[in-house]
Design a protein around this ligand. Structure first.
Ligand SMILES: [Zn+2]
Length: 292
């Protein structure tokens, strides 16, 4: 995540309108962020126009997870399809206690919730002390085992500890995606060896810090790869007009897909369909839809 933007446009200039040649799934959209409060319908309409068919709304704490579920519920039967995750972000790990655990357990029973998370370890900023992060993450690994749901994991500068923890839990959890992967080759291969999934954002569109990822993205098999905006954070820097301060949104996912396809040497349509298939399978999107 980058810093939240405080100014944004409520429209998408024509130069930024790009339609994916095949339907996309955005597995990480923070649509409960305050910056979407005033024009959410337009945001969803633009996502649909860009051929982004399904959105997984990231629930980073109790409040946002409840809002994400509510949003998905209100939008049921409409396009794009909305789903939610429910977890406690490592930044907020200090707040973990038994009542929060109970609230999460209840959220995980909701048909709209397709993953436990966002949870994990962030030793880059340590907004919560590392010991508290590990405790909250461990508890949520337990909730994933209990619910059978896959995990939506956040990891920044904590690759080796994350690998150790996941190794210990791997046989008990179903699946896990390390979202917004920004790490090094050894960490990536460690995750792939554990049969984990990888979520990629527009990070590799960033010429200042995304270079190393460009050589790595080809190592991820398409049945392990999923795409996400992580909006409103991480506006991709490959947009034709550098619109400083603009809010990132799901309709811009085709720009990220195109950049990733380029560095993998893939055709855009092939990458879009393969990653969407992977996402639907991973989050059991059809199954969850049938239950509702
Ligand atoms: Zn994250």
């Amino acid at each position: 995540m980058a810093e939240p933007t405080d100014t944004f446009d409520d429209f998408l200039p024509e130069a930024l309108q790009r339609v994916s040649p095949a339907p996309l799934v955005d597995i990480g959209a923070n649509l409960t962020h305050a910056s979407f409060a005033n024009d959410l319908d337009a945001v969803l309409r633009r996502a649909r126009a860009a051929n982004v068919h399904e959105l997984i709304l990231t629930g980073t704490d109790r409040e946002h997870a409840e809002q994400a579920v509510e949003l998905a519920r209100r939008h049921a039967g409409l396009s794009p399809r909305l789903y939610a995750t429910a977890g406690v972000h490592p930044h907020d790990a200090s707040r973990w206690d038994s009542s929060l655990a109970a609230a999460m357990r209840e959220l995980h029973r909701q048909p709209e919730v397709v993953a436990v998370g966002e949870c994990g370890l962030d030793f880059n900023r340590n907004f919560s002390p590392p010991a508290a992060q590990e405790r909250a993450f461990e508890a949520q690994l337990g909730l994933a085992v209990e619910s059978g749901l896959p995990l939506f994991i956040h990891e920044r500068d904590a690759g080796s500890r994350m690998l150790e923890m996941l190794k210990a839990w791997r046989d008990d959890i179903s699946h896990a995606v390390v979202h917004c992967f920004t790490g090094e080759r050894a960490t990536l291969h460690g995750y792939l060896d554990l049969d984990l999934h990888i979520g990629l954002t527009g990070w590799l569109c960033d010429e200042r810090r995304g270079h190393h990822l460009r050589e790595l993205v080809g190592d991820i098999p398409t049945n392990r790869l999923m795409l996400e905006t992580d909006c409103p954070y991480l506006l991709p820097r490959n947009l034709p007009a550098k619109l400083k301060g603009r809010r990132h949104e799901p309709a811009l996912l085709p720009w990220i897909a195109a950049e990733i396809a380029h560095w993998r040497g893939d055709d855009e349509a092939t990458l879009a369909s393969a990653t969407s298939d992977t996402s639907r399978r991973f989050f059991r999107l059809n199954a969850s839809h049938e239950e509702t």
